[in-house]
Design a protein around this ligand. Sequence first.
Ligand code: PEP
Ligand code: MG
Length: 544
Amino acid sequence: MQVGTGTSVLNRIAIGKIRIFHQKEYKINEEFVEDPIPELDRFEKARVKVQEDQRILYDKAVASAGEESAAIFEFHADMLDDDDLIDSCKTIIVEQKHTAEYAVKQGFANTAQMFRDMDDPYFQARSADVIDVGNAMLDELLGFGSDIGSKDEPCILVAEDLAPSETVKLDKSLLLGMVTREGSSNSHTAILARSMNVPALIQCKQIDESWDGKMAIIDGYNACIYVDPTEDLLKSLKEKQNEDIRKEALLQELRGKKNTTIDGKTIKVYANIGGPSDVGAVKANDAEGVGLFRSEFVYLNSTSDPTEEQQFQAYKRVVETLAPKLVIIRTCDIGADKTVDYMNLAKEENPALGYRAIRISLTRKDFFKRQLRAILRASAFGNVGVMFPMIISVREVRECKELMNECRRELENEGQKVGHVEIGIMIETPAAVLCADELAEEVEFFSLGTNDLTQYTCAIDRQNAMLEPFSDTHHPAVLKEIKMTIEAGHRHGCWVGICGELGADLTLTETFLRMGVDELSVNAKSVLPLRKQIRSIDLSKSAE
Ligand code: PEP
Ligand code: MG
């Protein structure tokens, strides 16, 4: 048996086989070739193999999910018979004397762009499929192989590191746990693991390629992984796992109950989500609404800039399914650790202090308006709020509101239905806390993003694991800022919530209630434990 240690992201047990995840880095050879024939041959072999793979996926999907869901794989397979697309790649090889992978990258990117430029939303959406198939071709040509087969069995994923864009694409139903050599507790990857309720171990320096395929246990309580565990250990941790399941089942009796303290104060408990696939967890855990829909995960999940229609469909699915519950959609918070290739963001010296979130939205107005229009259209199907991330000034909020109004007018002129949309902002910079009185005049609610607020107040990069010994999640300055924000919001009739990870910290629930917080938005699995905690508090007794 081998033991790896690290930092635990979730106190739970995972038992299963390890699968080592290798990051893909497409190194495209851009040099010219003398003889294009071998490249044409490589291209053709890859085309046939990927087409075969897509047909296998189609058959499997028909069996497991039905013909309608499987149709996408048939479409992918047929794309590889498309003369225009295939000829354009071959021309790049033969006439421009480039490698097969270069031709695939260019040819598929040009075709994807052509789809994106079409007026019909259906065809616009097909651009993502073109990129998907192009990537499958690159996997084949560059030796990454296909994932077929390995996708069938639930496993513990082990990786050097996982970017949020990689984590969000993992098939949750096949993910038992995650272990990474890098990572920090407050990174978005860790947040995603918590929201997926997946035991994760970060900073595990003992990771080894030889673990691939071996049986293992992640013990989230003791922050370690046992590879090839003994029978006794397996038995005792299996019991612990069952006990967790039993405890979780007991919490179900709190479904439908109020989030009310013993002395009668009621607050709202909402859930944080990343997309339509999280809606089931919101319902299963009886959250009263969604306090933070991290809309950027819709972008991270896509291989090309999502169109207005694609976004509208994603938001509508969430809003409609959860109606009449409030769904607060945070506008795109791309940047820093959350990057996507298609946005062509420049590398920066200090990305956390850089071009991210609302700064991108306010400088790429067409991009921002596409999202605002999608949100406004979704508002016709339920109860929607919108909030803007990384705000530091009143000017920014006013600009956002003006663009919202512009989009609303456009949609109304087009005869589209639009509902009321509650407007709020994230308070996650010290500047916003200090200007909270002025900001509160502009909006209906504040949501405290304590992850970034802690990062910016304490000058501690949340991505940098080396700084964890210096980090204090209960730093008095942050707690003071939370109190100041709640008081400023209330002075101006704004309700105030917390949607950062601190909202789920049960040791602070009473403190937040005493400060007067109106809402806590936490990962779905934390909703019922938080409800239990709130119901055990008596604010009429003096604080300890
Ligand atoms: C936060 O900063 O606390 C927050 C909720 O936003 P994110 O973690 O996505 O940056
Ligand atoms: Mg934030």
